[in-house]
Design a protein around this ligand. Structure first.
Ligand code: SF4
Length: 719
């Protein structure tokens, strides 16, 4: 038996695992006792990973050879790798020649490794000359990115997991940590046991498992987070709980924000948020006066049409109370996906560039062009996730390459997404699994390796870079994601005018050579990792960035000295006036639908859906409704209902829940069309909860408002 240290491919906690294998079969696994994220623990999902990689499951679910669909609607046929890649390169070159570089696009994934991300980014922006490369991390973390940059000057979470052991007050906003980040929640439980004086505040419209353990649960009306945070700051000002000296010495913009705060009186905030004045005062007091407040936040803030404001308004509280940069305090966004952070580091989004650079910054574009050895990086902004599919639906984007993600389930407004996939002239899907809904739309299917087979690195929520190592050989004809992108890029280089002086922009023999180039791109930047190497990660284990040349270890916390990566070194208060949700409830659509995770499933269930035991916790989809709503609609548990928005309708059982308020509804995000049938407003067959969700997005981060959709619910009349 061989043991291989690697990283869990599910959530952004980034737990270390030890994979046991014999020959080409993964036979077992356990948590890595030496990994600083989890110290040997694993949650239900992580501890069953090996069971999702058996030979039988691989045969049933994996894409093991390249496939070509000669005619849409017909089954795909096997095709040789060389033929598939030649076809792909030929069509991409033709589209670029005929319609320009912005007629092609890449939609990639926070599941990809940093090395994969780096190559796709360089392929689009460096070789083809389009910024149309975006990722499903747009649905996950882009509001957190924008919030950090707007206030602190850089996309860098300043805290770390160890801060849980020093915090006196934990402020958890928009995160069901107990289910979405289970091992982190175990660490929270340990910290509370060791420090019974610690106060835990949870802000969530639902009474989740996390909220149920809180000392104070603020069950706000959906989408009113900014009003709550502004109201807390209003009270802190009134009561003299802000740190005037810190504000004076280390920040800008507080006076401008005060004008907005003036209207956020306790009475108004209590009314808008639907909470009591006493609760509001208690939250403000605990936050401001604990001595060390740590905020954990996730999709409840991010997946919102005011996502950037929500993030910034929470960071405002930390700046106003000088609770940042020291043990036990600071704003700390939790990443949903295993490598959403790594993707941001290499600039794998439509508005970013390598090394935390900005596309909108001409000097940054010139730096990256010089690093890559190309004439320039185009300045025209690329299409972000929702806009990319809108552009494909409009016929503007003609060739679409989708890697390691399932937009035909996960993007909002599925009717739009399906129109896009049907209208595009070429859809290439690079995937490990043959079972995703997006595969049905592919003209070419390119088989990729996955967990247990891949090699590279990921970065978790606390800026910690971990190695991902293969325990078994790539099955069938699968290839690594970076390798597929490189083979395609080299073919494309032969068909397009040269963009650089080098024979190839992609001279990579292995994943490490890509990572070394990425490392060089971080030199002098806030995330500088020039002191790190694969060898150091192998020898010393996972490391946090920054870790500059000559340094022995990374940095646990940022901004201890009160100096921020802005032009003048000062943090910036953001002016965050409250705006309501994009699509408020009304008489026709009287319920506020929110979506979220289950404890034992991951995203579209490509992997977790293969294990019967992971359905033991929640066996089937249901819409959770308050008892009053059930009575009003004359429903009993298990009755089928039509849940309908302005975009589509799904049918599913209703279930009484004590977690939601009478005007709210909750459906888990994981159930795809094989579990949840639906129909668009134009009568097209759809499925999954995103048949109804709203594509409206935050104007800054472009992250869609998956946490709020106005819906109506009617009992289904059965024949
Ligand atoms: Fe994997 Fe997240 Fe569970 Fe850790 S907490 S084992 S990273 S799913």
């Amino acid at each position: 038996m061989t043991e291989t240290r690697s990283t869990c491919p599910y959530c952004g906690v980034g737990c270390g695992v030890v994979i046991e294998s014999t020959g080409d079969q993964i036979t077992g696994m356990r948590g890595d006792p030496d990994h600083p994220a989890n110290f040997g623990r694993l949650c239900t999902k992580g501890s069953t990973l090996h069971l999702t990689a058996t030979a039988a499951i691989t045969r049933q679910t994996r894409l093991l050879q390249p496939m070509q669909r000669l005619q849409r609607g017909q089954p795909p046929q096997p095709v040789a790798w060389d033929t598939a890649l030649d076809l792909a390169a030929g069509k991409f070159a033709q589209v670029v020649r005929d319609h320009g570089p912005d007629a092609v696009a890449f939609y990639i994934s926070g599941q990809l490794l940093t090395e994969d991300y780096y190559v796709f980014n360089k392929l689009a922006k460096g070789l083809i000359g389009t910024n149309n490369v975006d990722t499903n991390s747009r649905l996950c973390m882009s509001s957190a990115v924008a919030g950090y940059k707007r206030t602190l000057g850089a996309d860098a979470p300043p805290a770390c997991y160890d801060d849980l052991n020093h915090a006196q007050c934990l402020f958890i906003a928009g995160s069901n940590t107990a289910w979405a980040h289970p091992i982190l929640f175990r660490r929270i439980e340990d910290a509370r046991a060791a420090n019974p004086r610690m106060k835990v505040i949870v802000v969530d419209p639902r009474r989740t498992d996390t909220a149920g353990t809180a000392d104070l649960h603020l069950a706000i009306q959906p989408g009113t987070d900014v009003m709550l945070f502004n109201g807390m700051l209003h009270i802190m000002l009134l009561e003299g709980w802000t740190q005037r000296q810190y504000i004076h010495e280390h920040t800008n913009g507080f006076d401008e924000l005060k004008a907005t705060l003036r209207d956020c009186t306790p009475d108004r905030v209590a009314e808008v948020c639907g909470i009591g004045r006493e609760e509001l005062f208690t939250a403000a007091r605990w936050f401001a006066n604990s001595g060390a407040t740590l905020s954990l936040y996730c999709q409840g803030l991010n997946q919102s049409s005011a996502g950037t404001d929500k993030n910034a308004a929470l960071i405002n509280l930390h700046l106003a109370t000088a609770q940042i940069g020291q043990p036990g305090m600071g704003p700390f966004s939790l990443t949903g996906q295993p490598n959403a952070m790594g993707g941001r580091e290499v600039g794998g989004m439509a508005n970013l560039l390598s090394g935390h650079r900005d596309l909108a910054n001409a000097a940054h574009r010139a730096e990256v062009a010089a690093l890559w050895g190309v004439a320039d990086v185009p300045s025209k902004p690329g299409k972000t996730a929702v806009d990319m599919f809108q552009a494909a639906a409009d016929g503007e984007i003609k060739a679409l390459w989708i890697a390691c993600t399932n937009p035909a389930q996960s993007l909002p407004d599925q009717a739009l997404v399906r129109r896009a996939l049907e209208r595009a002239e070429l859809v290439i899907v690079q995937e490990a699994f043959s079972t995703t809904a997006t595969c049905d739309y592919a003209d070419l299917l390119l088989p990729a390796t996955t967990w247990g087979e891949k090699i590279g690195t990921v970065t978790n929520s606390e800026r910690r870079i971990s190695r991902v190592r293969p325990a078994v050989a790539a099955p069938g004809e699968t290839r690594h994601d970076w390798s597929i992108a490189v083979d395609f890029a080299r073919r494309l280089e032969a068909l397009m005018p040269a963009r650089g002086a080098a024979a190839s922009l992609f001279p990579y023999p292995d994943a490490e050579s890509i990572w070394n180039e990425h490392r060089e791109s971080t030199r002098g930047r806030d995330l500088d990792i020039t002191g790190l190497s694969y060898a150091m990660l192998d020898e010393k284990g996972p490391q946090q960035w920054p870790l500059r040349e000559g340094e022995a270890t990374g940095q646990a916390r940022l901004y201890a000295d009160g100096v921020f990566p802005t032009a003048d070194g000062r943090a910036r208060f953001a002016d965050t006036p409250y705006r309501g949700v994009a699509e408020p409830r009304d008489a026709r659509y009287p319920f506020a639908l929110t979506t979220g995770r289950l404890r034992d499933h991951w995203h579209g269930m490509s992997r977790t859906g293969t294990l019967g035991r992971l359905f033991g916790h929640v066996a089937e989809p249901a819409v959770q409704l308050h008892a009053q709503a059930m009575a009003r609609l004359q429903l009993k548990d298990g009755d089928l209902v039509h849940l309908t928005s302005r975009r589509g309708s799904i049918m599913l059982p209703a279930q009484t829940s004590t977690e939601v308020a009478p005007t709210q509804a909750f459906v888990a995000m994981h159930w795809g069309e094989e579990y949840l049938s639906g129909v668009s407003t134009s009568g097209k067959r759809l499925g999954g909860i995103n048949a109804v969700t709203n594509p409206a997005y935050c104007p800054v981060s472009k992250q869609p408002e998956l946490k709020h959709t106005a819906v109506k619910i009617l009992k289904a009349e059965l024949p």
